[in-house]
Write a protein that binds this ligand. Structure first.
Ligand code: ADP
Ligand code: MG
Length: 254
């Protein structure tokens, strides 16, 4: 069952909470007063034009950028000001990138094992078993000894997803996971993500795949010029958006 848009006023502690987030690069303000809560089981799609700050928001949540102002809480603990624990944090709040970011000199299996051994201190045996479980889940078991350059874009992205899942994160962030793919490979990656959503994985997905956002998200967030313009159920966003800017943005996809 799809997670409903119900928790915005919940008393449950959010998995992640962004409060009054600001980010500037020099003079250029990229995020302005962003407020955003993520609860366990949420599947949140973030949509918006190129340059609207979507990646910067995800990167702040993954500790790849340091906010200029505001707070980010992971289960009520601020993630700012604890630089020593970045790797541990990223094990819980994983990220999948547009460009896959696989280690090109390692095999598929080694890619999946590395973080588990280094960060989670799993034994090689345990890391291998966990990797195989998740590589199987994304249909990549036949390729465990391949190197990334031997794979298609869709296969690389499925490996990157398996590698992130093998860390058994609480939430996975996806930054345009299908934007670098040839069109015929988009479907296989979206199918994997749809399965994860059905299984209840908490996900935040920046995407231009509007049909996917409409069908799979429990909440859809529209960003424009560094501001969250609308944060609503996909029913509202895609059929009766309240904001004129949301309407204009979506009209380009008709
Ligand atoms: P989106 O992901 O929605 O396309 P981004 O978050 O990548 O948007 O970028 C938002 C704005 O911030 C853009 O104008 C971009 O040029 C700028 N920006 C992003 N990263 C940097 C950076 N490291 N240095 C300077 N400007 C940046
Ligand atoms: Mg981006």
């Amino acid at each position: 069952m799809k997670n409903e848009y119900k928790k915005i006023n919940s008393t449950e502690v959010p998995l992640l909470q962004v409060e009054h987030l600001e980010k500037s690069f020099g003079e250029h303000q990229v995020l302005t007063d962003v407020d955003f809560k993520v609860y366990k089981g949420d599947v949140i799609c973030i949509i918006g034009s190129s340059g609207s700050g979507k990646s910067t928001l995800l990167r702040c949540m993954n500790m790849l950028e340091r906010p200029s102002g505001g707070c980010i809480y992971h289960k009520e603990n601020s993630i700012l000001g604890k630089p020593a624990q970045v790797a541990q944090y990223r094990a819980k709040v994983g990220m999948v990138f547009q460009q896959f970011n696989l280690f090109s000199n390692l095999t598929v299996l080694e890619n999946c094992m590395l973080g588990q051994k280094r960060v989670l201190k799993r034994s090689a045996k345990e890391a291998k078993a966990t990797s195989l479980t998740y590589l199987d889940k994304v249909g990549m078991l036949p390729y465990i000894y391949a190197k990334p350059h031997q794979l298609s874009g869709g296969q690389k992205q499925r490996v990157a997803i398996a590698r992130a899942l093998a860390m058994e994160p609480e939430v996975l962030l996806f930054d345009e996971p299908t934007s670098a793919l040839d069109p015929e490979m988009v479907g296989e990656v979206l199918a994997v993500m749809r399965n994860l959503a059905d299984e209840g994985l908490t996900m935040i997905i920046v995407t231009h795949e509007m049909a996917f956002a409409r069908d799979v998200s429990s909440r859809t967030v529209f960003m424009d010029q560094g501001i969250i313009v609308e944060d609503e159920s996909p029913q509202v966003i895609f059929t009766e958006p309240k904001n004129q800017r949301t309407k204009e943005f979506l009209s380009r996809f008709l």
